[in-house]
Design a protein around this ligand. Structure first.
Ligand code: URA
Length: 267
């Protein structure tokens, strides 16, 4: 236990979060110091076991995609596919023009029995080259965030809203999101995770089908899909690299995820 806590302390430090260690209990990390922002409590609704339904996400369909974007009937291939078939579909996907500029489709990484699913935005340059999500700088921070709550990329599952890299890392276009959505929906069906964490605005807004800003979506549990899977939105690690002051809020979110996993909030 002490070894686990000191490891968590190390990972928090690697995340760039200053930690305060009580002399009498050097193994237990806590945030410091008590500024007004830090003493802000995690919203009640983000406490383990108190899942509130903020924006129930409809189970179903994404908006129809423009004909020139989707070259096959939306969702028909993906919706009954098994895991390996789905993976092959993503790797060979031509449903939107991004296939012309990507190196390869990026399906996801992790355990098919993961209780936690992490959904990001889209592959970047490094992910496009290596075929794995979150392997660049943002991915290193995501790894540190996961380790801070005793997880790693092999025990969770990590994927993106888009499976192909948008050129110049521009924001995903609605028709690209629509073209890719059957893949993510089927991944979530097959994984049946206990919890979903949406990292960043694009993931949160698309999964929750809302245009509310991330700042208003984070800090509370939402529900996704027909299984009403608890979903928490938090900051994207790339954003946290640019705005390290918000790592403290991200840490509050991570602690809520840890508590939820520990208490099996998903039922
Ligand atoms: N950012 C994302 O949202 N996903 C990745 O896979 C990499 C960077």
């Amino acid at each position: 236990m002490a070894a686990m806590d000191s490891r968590r302390l190390l990972y928090l430090q690697r995340m760039g979060i200053d930690v305060w260690v009580r002399r009498t209990d050097a193994a237990v990390p806590s945030l410091r110091p008590e500024t007004a922002e830090e003493s802000e409590r995690t919203p009640e609704s983000a406490r383990a076991g108190e899942v509130s339904v903020a924006q129930p996400a409809p189970a179903g369909e994404m908006p129809a995609s423009p004909d020139e974007t989707v070259r096959e009937p939306a969702g028909t291939a993906a919706e009954a596919a098994d895991w390996e078939t789905l993976r092959q579909q993503v790797l060979s996907c031509t449903r939107c023009p991004l296939h012309r500029t990507r190196t390869q489709g990026v399906f996801g990484v992790g355990s098919q029995t993961a209780r936690l699913l992490i959904v990001g935005e889209a592959p970047g340059a490094e992910e496009d080259r290596r075929g794995e999500p979150f392997v660049g700088r943002a991915g290193q921070l995501l790894d540190a965030m996961l380790r801070a709550i005793g997880l790693d990329r092999q025990t969770v599952y990590i994927t993106n809203i888009l499976k192909s890299r948008p050129p110049e890392n521009r924001d995903p276009r609605p028709e690209e999101v629509a073209a890719c959505e059957p893949y993510l929906r089927r991944q979530i069906e097959l994984l049946a995770p206990a919890l979903i964490v949406a990292v960043g605005r694009v993931a949160a807004q698309n999964l929750l089908r809302t245009d509310r800003p991330l700042g208003r979506l984070r800090g509370q549990w939402h529900r996704y899909g027909p299984r009403e899977t608890p979903l928490l939105a938090t900051y994207h690690p790339a954003y946290l690299l640019r705005n390290p002051a918000d790592k403290r809020k991200a840490w509050q979110d991570l602690k809520a995820v840890r508590r939820a996993l520990d208490t099996e909030v998903s039922a």
